[in-house]
Design a protein around this ligand. Sequence first.
Ligand SMILES: Nc1ncnc2c1ncn2[C@@H]1O[C@H](COP(=O)(O)OP(=O)(O)O)[C@@H](O)[C@H]1O
Ligand SMILES: [Mg+2]
Length: 368
Amino acid sequence: MIEQLHVTNFKAFASAKIALAPYTLLSGLNSTGKSTVLQAIALLRQSQEALTEHDGGLLLNGDLVELGTGQDVLHENYVSEHAEPTISISVRTDSDSYSWSARYEREADLLKLISSADLGNLSSIFGTGFQYLRADRITPAVTYPRSHDIAIRRGFLGARGEHTINYLRHFQDEPVKDRRLQHPHARSRRLLDQAEAWMQDICPGVNLQADAVESTDLVRLSFRFGTAGLSSSNRYRPTNVGFGLTYVLPVIVACLTARPGGLILLENPEAHLHPRGQTAMAALTCAATAAGAQVIVETHSDHVLNGARLSVKRGLIHSNDILLHFFRRGDNGATEIVSPDVGPDGMVSEWPEGFFDEWDRQLDQLLD
Ligand SMILES: Nc1ncnc2c1ncn2[C@@H]1O[C@H](COP(=O)(O)OP(=O)(O)O)[C@@H](O)[C@H]1O
Ligand SMILES: [Mg+2]
């Protein structure tokens, strides 16, 4: 498990140390560096091979993140001990510390490692069960890609969740073994039934189907609607049902396939969901942590925060296993991170201004 991420001269940060727990929630104002944290981890993953090659380094553009060139990622007000600035990402796990420092090159999209850098063992950080779902995910479509290599062999859902439908099609009969991930109202432990049950928290009566489109390299997702286990309606294409259903499916599958040693990075699991659905996603992401994965969630949702607090109160995750980080701009314009504690009762130790206080602020004005 990653216990601390330290980035230097990387995008939003001149230097930042971010403590990470089994469940970490990143919140705060827009453009304060929350996604930058996830991108730094995704960049290491994306560069996993390149970092071990001769003349290798940080691969800025790939399947997970497209960061541009050196000048895009070098923090504007970089700090440098040497004439040439370096961009560094360091990771401390429960057993080791690793650090990668790359030389800045304005136009390069492969930032070469400084030869003295400690070549850490990335496979111990990214074992099996890595998922990274960006805020810009798959939208409803008639078909989705079918890649045996990515979805089946590597088990990766895609940074936009674009391989989720193929994954679900192939692994639909695999059981969800950890009981904490199992939905109490699911028909069985099968992945498809479990995904359907969690989807039903968002849209009661929804049924899912994922199948191949014959003679093509494509797969298709369809929805039916019914009650009491009866699928009574026609099959609908994703384009003809609510946007949120397709949008949340990768989040649900990523969590249901959580495993010990896994790492799940999620941007805005709440996107396009109604409030109760957002709370359900908090419970599911916490269940993924309970099942042994490390989960880092970027969110703007009070319901995700409160859902996570409830998971602590209910004992699904321990209060020592959750960290809240609130990103805000300090007086000098740089990001500062405030980290309120969560107690065993789910209570939060402090509520800095701007930290999920909008509801109260509005209520005060309404009651004024
Ligand atoms: N090279 C850079 N130098 C300084 N700041 C940067 C650089 N690249 C991005 N940023 C800052 O990072 C912000 C985006 O950070 P991001 O992590 O995406 O924010 P969010 O908190 O909304 O997820 C930009 O608005 C900008 O302020
Ligand atoms: Mg963001």
